[in-house]
Design a protein around this ligand. Sequence first.
Ligand code: UD1
Length: 341
Amino acid sequence: MTKILVTGGVGFIGSHTVVELMQAGYEPIIIDNLSNSSINVLDGIEKITGKRPFFAQVDCRDKTAIDQVLKQQGPIKAIIHFAASKAVGESVEKPLLYYRNNLVSLLNLLELMQENSIQHLVFSSSCTVYGQPEVLPVTESAPIQPALSPYGNTKQICEEIITDTAYADKNIHAILLRYFNPIGAHPSAEIGELPIGVPQNLIPYVTQTAAGIREQLKVFGNDYNTPDGYCIRDYINVTDLAKAHVVAVQRLTEEKQKQSVEVFNIGTGRGLSVLEIINAFEKVTGQKLNYAVVGRREGDIEQVWADPTFANTELGWKAEKGIEETLLSAWKWQEKLKSKV
Ligand code: UD1
């Protein structure tokens, strides 16, 4: 079976990707430092797939430890690199943590790819690289804007590091996936998002408020220059997103890519406002959400949604799940978490 190293493989997007990889016949080799994830996620993966994937608690800043896994578990055909710090606000407070973690991890992996003759890399990038695009929907050729946070900057720098490395070393091929806003949970409700502490992102805050864990959702601003005044995002189902990684691995390993580094927007192509999300959540779950509009959040983009045409045509990938199904999956997961406590 083809082995794929998955860094951050028990995290939110990583765990869903591990499931999709296994269901597509790959053997994921997971490394994760468990800094923002739980080992129990492996139980959920096993329930869904019937198999427990290999796991090692390894921090990607530790090159020797990754190398040991590569040597013991190899040959590895490709790497999917999720492991990174991702909280925008925290990155402003602790920039060095973010630069060290996100950049050193990538440097280690790229050096190890060269040292172990691993040619293929799929990298988790973000629509944050576009900032507030002038043209919507945003395509991959839109200009990269100055980052608004150290987190966003690490994504830009990582894209550049990968591009420079692949330019210099013709053996290295990479696909950069620019995610829009990943939400939802596996339809089985065996795995989902596990925010530690107070959630910073919209959907976990919504589900925790509906579940009574948080008193009230604060909606950050309704005075934006959008049809209803609320911010607009492109919310992508995490299972759909996970599948994009499988097709990216297939494209790389079957040597179908047309350039050594390719970039794809992974979004639905549909922008929804925060109010539309709240209304859809209330409708589909029957829960009344306690929310109040407060001031804008610093650093928020007014509106962004993807033009996913390139991923649709070149990658053969398309978002399949609608927002209601996706919000319902997030709610089912929240209810399951509650019943475990
Ligand atoms: C941002 C980044 C994304 C990054 C993510 C990580 C952009 C466009 N996106 O997502 O790349 O991966 O952070 O955290 O830069 N909201 C509320 N109340 C809340 C929480 C959120 O009203 O309690 C609103 C926000 O103002 C925003 C929307 O919900 O309009 C989505 O916010 P969030 O889920 O935090 O994601 P982004 O900020 O879009």
